[in-house]
Design a protein around this ligand. Sequence first.
Ligand code: ATP
Length: 492
Amino acid sequence: MRRLDLTEKDTSKRITIYFEGKPYEAYEGEKFPVAMLANGVYWLTTSTEGRKRGAFTFGPLPVKVDGVKNVNGRKLKIRDSMRIERQRYDEFQEQVKIDEGKPVLRYVVDVAVIGAGPAGLGVVEEIGGKLTAALIEERTWLGGDMWLKGVEQEGFGNPRKAIEKLTNFSENVRVFLKTAALGVFDKGEYFLVPAVRNDQLIEFMAKRVVLTTGAVDSIMLFENNDYPGVFRRADALEVMNVWNVAPGERVAVTGAFPEEITAELDRWGIEYVVVPNPKRVEGKDRVERLIDENGNVYEVDAVIMADGRIPDINPVTQAGGKLRFKRGYYTPILDEEHRIRDGIYAAGSAAGIKPHYANYIEGKLVGAYILREFGFEAEPCVYSERLREYEPLSRPRPRFPLDSFNAEDVHICGCDVSLKKVDDVVKSGITDLQIIKRLTHLAMGFCQGRFCLFNGALLVSQRSGLPMDRLDIPVARPPIKNVKMKVVAGRE
Ligand code: ATP
């Protein structure tokens, strides 16, 4: 077994890959970063400013494969004898390109459901058999965030078994995996949802749209938070529970919600320490120690940000929804039937952070509202009653120790934007996030602000004293996923 493998792998699938000229044991079908992690190699790419970067924190992962530059290492499925080398970000663009030569695929449905986590699965379960639906999911799996979990989930029990049950779709539900929805546009009586699968443009025409687009991991700010060996919560879950590889041998867990990760580490018997107030990560080319704000030093080889999630606001603002700041994060303003505006609904983590089961129930609730709109009998009150048991989660508001940080080493955005760069602009008196974006490139890169804009807003609020709900959060422009825009715009 490789150093960080948690289980024996199928030896008939064993292959050798070469990274920076050195051979490593790998397994067919593995993703490149996972194979390297299992071998204890964390530093995989280098930022424009020369910072060492791994695959599990944030930022792009360009690598050179068999001499070809600008390959997206994050998605790279390895083959025997593949030769992979580090590359600087340089001109790398993590962008999907639509093949303009291919005819557009078109589908007309009653309801387009964007996102196949527990909430999206709840919607199609409720409306399936009665209305036609397209379930659009950008990832390769169904079940969203819950699919990454190994421990039992309240209301559901075993997460994988629960997802299996929910994915016995009725005939009039059509599922589109690896398909990213690019936005929602008005088209007369219908909504147009353009989407892309590989290089194929697909257009969905739907009478109703549900945004069950979920939440994104909260990125914590501390010195060298972009360093190889720092893990985002979802990536740590994925390496353990999907690939059966440990994030490290001795792990530090930090953030406001450590239990979500420690329960999984306990399940695998991985040694860990909980560090509530991280100040700085250090090491040669990967995490070797974590130092907290009181000067305590923890010898660890990985740090997991267990700081929970915040709703992904981009699909909501692009579709014309408005936001409010409540319980420590931005959520869409919904009418009494969970609509962000006429015909467009939101449910699940996209609408507020709750346990998976509550998100599923909320999906069913929205499904019931839609059924009623189409003239079917439905009982939304049964679900709204059950949902009342689940008050959405409140997040503690972080206060960044701005004056004791070495802000050049703190990364607010994976695309090489340091906290110092943004803080200098804010300190000069600029509080408009739109202008801050232009001046610093915060939220202008591959994640389109999903991970970094919230910290930008917290920073502005902390420095200026402006309350979060008074800040002007930039509206997401289409396409909401990184796709060459020309084609989609041409069809507008
Ligand atoms: P929970 O948060 O409890 O897991 P949920 O269903 O509200 O429940 P997620 O599990 O995060 O939330 O599921 C949201 C799903 O939406 C994810 O699988 C994500 O890949 C998908 N998604 C987000 N944006 C898009 C998009 N633009 N196109 C297609 N799929 C998307």
